[in-house]
Design a protein around this ligand. Structure first.
Ligand SMILES: [Zn+2]
Length: 206
């Protein structure tokens, strides 16, 4: 690691001090390697590998997951399939003219497929609900992290010491120069961005 010419206030050594953005990016790699699958074919796979340190140094919270989208796709499919079934089955029974049956004509009223219409409607409602929830969740995240640029300004002045596992700030006269734990550093950066309350829930574990 290149020497940065200033000592860590935690351990007094300068040999393992690295700028926070560099330490953060170094821990996020797209690793491409060749793998053999179950059939014995060799293929190239790229995976994002993030170290715990990089995760702990993130300037913004994790984006919410959108696993609910799978449910939306499923109910969307059910809605369309039930609708098509409703229309086609309804038509098939309408088109049989009276009196062409061989043998006994079926007794009783035509079968009622309206339940398919109800299933389709219900599934459509669930799909729309999922879409609304996902759009709102994404909107909330964007709104919440609106101040990320301010957070990143402070973040970019952080230095991580690989020897004692602390972060200190430099070139910021108004800021404390003592070494911070990863969690303390996160709290400062996220508070600057306006989403400090999330630091308590998403703790930095380096
Ligand atoms: Zn140190």
């Amino acid at each position: 690691m290149e020497k940065n010419g200033h000592a860590c206030p935690g351990c007094g050594r300068d040999d393992l001090v690295q700028a926070v953005p560099a330490a953060y990016l170094a821990g996020r790699d797209d690793v491409t390697r060749r793998e053999r699958n179950r059939d014995g074919d060799v293929r190239t796979v790229t995976r994002r590998v993030t170290t715990a340190l990089s995760e702990a140094l993130a300037p913004v919270p994790r984006e919410p997951t959108y696993g609910l989208g799978v449910l939306g796709v499923f109910t969307g499919f059910v809605s369309v399939a039930a609708f098509v079934g409703w229309v086609l089955l309804g038509k098939a029974f309408e088109e049989v003219p009276d009196g062409v049956y061989f043998g006994e004509p079926p007794s009783g009223p035509d079968p009622d497929f309206s339940f398919l219409g109800r299933i389709s409607g219900l599934a459509l409602c669930v799909t729309l609900l999922v879409v609304v929830v996902l759009v709102r969740r994404r909107g909330e995240f964007v709104r919440l992290t609106r101040g990320r640029e301010r957070a990143e300004e402070l973040w970019a002045c952080g230095w991580y010491c690989h020897r004692c596992g602390t972060v200190h700030l430099r070139d910021l006269p108004e800021e404390d120069v003592r070494p911070f734990s990863l969690q303390e550093f996160r709290e400062r950066v996220w508070e600057r961005g306006g989403y400090g309350e999330l630091a308590a829930r998403q703790r930095a574990i380096g």
